[in-house]
Each structure stands twice: as C-alpha cells, then as structure tokens.
Design a binder for this molecule. Structure first.
Ligand SMILES: Nc1ncnc2c1ncn2[C@@H]1O[C@H](COP(=O)(O)OP(=O)(O)OP(=O)(O)O)[C@@H](O)[C@H]1O
Length: 234
C-alpha cells in the first residue's frame, strides 16, 4: 500500500553540515506515526522538507504517490498536506475563526463548506467561545490549539504536527490527543514530532528515531521506545 506521505533518501545541508543524511520515512494513512529524537536531530528540518518550506539537495518527497519534491508549500496544501509549527504561526490580527477560514481557503476547501467545517473544528477543539477573539494576546496553549484547528479546517489528508504539547496543560494535552487519534481514525496520515514520549506511546502505531540526521531506529512504537539504544539518546 502506498503511504500518504513518503520521504526517500532525503538529504539537506545547512551551514556546511549534513542536517539530514539520507532519510527514508513513510506516513501511512489512518494512523499516527511518531518522529522522535534528541534536540538538533533534524526533526523540524525534515518537516520543512516534507511541507515544502525547505528543498532537499537529494532524495524525493511523495504525497499520495505523487512526486512533490519541487512543489512549493501552497501546492502541497492544495494536495492535502497541512502542518503546525514549533514556533506557533497564527495570524495575530485575525480572529480565531478567521484564522480557521484562512486555513480552509489555503487547502482549497470551497467557501460554501468552509464555514460549516470551521464551526465543526472550533467545537472539536473547544474553541467556540473564543471564535470572535483576535488571536493576538491569547495564551500559548490556546494558540497551539488554534494552529491545530487551522490545519484541520483544511480537511487535510496528511497532517504534520510539530511539538504540539509544548505550552499545553494536562487537560489540553489529553484533548489534543483525542483529536489527533480521531483525525487518524478518519483516515488522515498524522506525523507527530514530539518530545513527550508518553504521548507518543499513547498515540502512535509506528515510530522513527532520528539522530544527527539519520534514522537510527524505526518500527512498532512499543518496540522502538523500549530499545536500549534509543533510550540512551535522551
Ligand atoms: N537555518 C539553519 N541554518 C543552519 N543550521 C540550521 C538551520 N536550521 C536548523 N539548523 C540546524 O540543523 C540541525 C537540526 O535542527 P532541527 O531544528 O531540525 O532539530 P530538531 O530535531 O527539530 O531539534 P529540537 O527537538 O530541538 O526542535 C541543528 O543542528 C540546527 O542547529
């Protein structure tokens, strides 16, 4: 079965250093796949290559089997790829609901269904009461939920999630975990970059461990997280 998203032999150099050194990774539809590893391993740079913010010097990115290695971010968005960022990226001058409408539009959701989709996602993430509030000034935890909601408003087929639990309280983490699990159950391929290994163990079916730009372990999440070589990385 072809993966919803696949990286093949991805290489990326930054400042003369091989930050990604031939990375192979598959994100199947309908499940959460985790990408873990120590600080500086290259996880965010890999998400940039997958999402289109960075272009690998070698290797391929396949989205639903289609080669998008040279496609810009907006084209990948139209093809069903959405992401959240480690440094939260929302439009501060827009309201929460407007941020979601922009997300829906970026992913090509027709205007006629965007409002209903937005209202549903706001409900899903417990943000309905904040819909008319400007994003500026909202606490970091809420902004992370808004960013995730914006990504979901586009009805993605693949969702890349970078460090979503940072700045969330325990109740918000539990809420996000339920939403991500439900999103995967609906058929979306979710790639979760996460330092919270308890959250990884709870959500992911498979995990990849990146260290110094290479995949050093991959497979079923319980086996990968129990691997003593992996444990030594943290
Ligand atoms: N624009 C850049 N120019 C030069 N080096 C960079 C740049 N962006 C990232 N790097 C380097 O690439 C390496 C991988 O960074 P990356 O942010 O992908 O790591 P990470 O695994 O996401 O780490 P963390 O868990 O701390 O977020 C690091 O050594 C980082 O310093």
């Amino acid at each position: 079965m072809s993966a919803a998203l696949r990286a093949e032999g991805v290489r990326r150099r930054l400042g003369g250093v091989a930050v990604l050194d031939g990375v192979d990774l598959a994100v199947p539809a309908g499940q959460v796949t985790a990408l873990v590893g120590p600080n500086g391993a290259g996880k965010s740079v890999l998400l940039d290559c997958l999402g289109g913010a960075a272009r690998p010097e070698a290797g391929r990115i396949l989205l639903a089997g289609r080669d998008v290695t040279r496609a810009p971010c907006h084209r990948r968005s139209r093809l069903g790829l959405a992401r959240t960022f480690q440094q939260v990226a929302v439009f501060p001058g827009l309201t929460v609901a407007q941020n979601l409408l922009v997300g829906a539009e970026q992913h090509g959701v027709p205007p006629a269904v965007a409002r209903a989709r937005t209202a549903g996602v706001l409900r899903l993430l417990g943000l309905t009461a904040l819909a008319a509030r400007p994003a500026a000034g909202l606490p970091l935890g809420v902004l992370r939920l808004v960013e995730l909601a914006r990504a979901l408003a586009g009805a993605p087929r693949v969702l890349l999630v970078d460090e979503v639990s940072v700045g969330l309280d325990a109740a918000q983490v539990a809420w996000v975990a339920r939403v991500l699990a439900m999103t995967a159950r609906e058929g979306v391929g979710v790639l979760l970059v996460e330092h919270d290994l308890a959250l990884v163990a709870r959500l992911a079916r498979e995990a990849y461990v990146l260290d110094a730009g290479r995949v050093v372990a991959s497979g079923p999440v319980e086996r990968v997280l129990a691997d003593p070589r992996v444990r030594r990385l943290w």
